[in-house]
Design a protein around this ligand. Sequence first.
Ligand code: NAD
Ligand code: GLY
Length: 377
Amino acid sequence: MPDTPNTTTQTMTLDLGDRSYDIHIGSQLLETIGTQLTPLLKAKRVFVVSESTVMAHQGDRLKAALENSAIEAKWFVLNPGEATKSTAQYESLVSGLLAAGIDRSDTIVAFGGGVIGDLAGFAAATVLRGINFVQIPTTLLAQVDSSVGGKTGINMPQGKNLLGAFYQPKAVIIDVSTLETLPRRELLAGYAEVVKYGVINDPDFFSWLEINGQKIIDREAGPAGTKARTHAVAHSCAAKARIVAEDERETGKRALLNLGHTFGHALEAECGYSGILLHGEAVAIGMIMALEASVRLGLAKTNDLERVEAHFTAVGMKTSAREIGRAMTADALMVHMTKDKKVEAGTIGFVLGGIGSAAVHRGVDLEIIHAVLHDSL
Ligand code: NAD
Ligand code: GLY
C-alpha cells in the first residue's frame, strides 16, 4: 500500500444485524453534523455529554451545527481526565440526565475522547434501561479505537473499566479536523493504536504508516495531510469494525486488539494510571515488549521488532519502560499481569507474533515474560 488512497468522506457499516451502525469519517464533518444525526433521532433533541477542554476547543462548532439543524441540545460538561470515569461522576451525570427530563425518545451524544465516550456510553446503556447514543470522538485514540465497538464503562477502586457494558452506539461520526487542537502527546498516544492494526494482521498498512505516519503526527497542513489522516483513521476503523462484527463480546478474535495491552496495563497500573504514562504510550511500549517476547519465543523475526521500534522512534514515541522515568520491578509488573481482566482460568493470554501475524497464546513460559520485563527496565 505505497500510495494513499483518495479519501474524502467515507462511510462504513459495522455489521451487527439489527444493531448495525455507520461510521462516518471525514474532515469538517462537525459543520454538517445534522446530515448524519437527524435521521437517527426519534425526537429532535440531544443530550450532549462532553468535558471542558473539548468544549473550549471544539464546542462552538458543534453548538452552531446543532442550532443550524434545529436540533435542541442539553449540555453536560464534565471535568476532563480519567478521574471523570468514576462511580461518583456517573451517578452525578445520570442524575443530571434524569433531572433534565431525558426519555426513551432522546439520544445521548458523547463528544470527547475515550473518557467521555466510555462514561456517556455507559450512562446510555443504563439510564432508563438503555437509550440511543452517538459517538463524536475528538481524540485520535477515540477515533480509531474506543468509539467503535461498544465497550462502555467506568473505573472502580479495584481497577480500570471494571464496571461496564457492551452497548453499541447508533453511529460514530468522526471529524479528523478536531485533531488540530489535540496536544501532540495525546496524538502520539492515539497513533500507537493505529500502528497496532498494522502489526496485528495488516503488514501493508504498517508499510504505509512507515512512509506516511509522520504526516499524521506533524499534522501536515493541506490536502495531503488531511488525506493521510482520513485514510489512517478510516483504515483503522474498518479493521476494528471487521473484528467486532466477527466477535463483539471478545470470545475470540477481538482479543487480538489487546496487542501490547497486557504489558501496557501492567505499566499503567504501576504508574497509578496517572499522567506519567498515557494509555497509548503504555500500549506502544507494551507492543515492543510483546514483539521482544515473540522473538525470544521464535514467533517473530528480529527484523519485525526492529522495524516497529524504528518507526516509533522516528515519530517520537517512547519504546522502552526505561523512558518512563519511574523505578519498577519485573516482579511488580508480573503481579499486575496476573490481575488483568483478560486472565482466564488462571492463564494470561498474550497477543504475540510478528508484523501481520498476531495470535493469542496461552500457557506462555512466564520466565521468558519475566526476562523480557527485567531486560527492559
Ligand atoms: P481523554 O478522553 O482523557 O482525552 C485525552 C486528553 O485530550 C484530555 O485532556 C482531553 O481533554 C483532551 N482532548 C480531547 N479532545 C481534544 C481536542 N479535540 N482538542 C484538544 N484537547 C482534546 O483520553 P483518550 O486517550 O481519548 O481516552 C482514554 C480512555 O479511553 C481511557 O479511559 C481508556 O480506558 C478508554 N479506552 C476505551 C476503549 C474502548 O474500547 N471503549 C479503548 C481504548 C481506550
Ligand atoms: N480496545 C479494545 C477493544 O475494543 O476490544
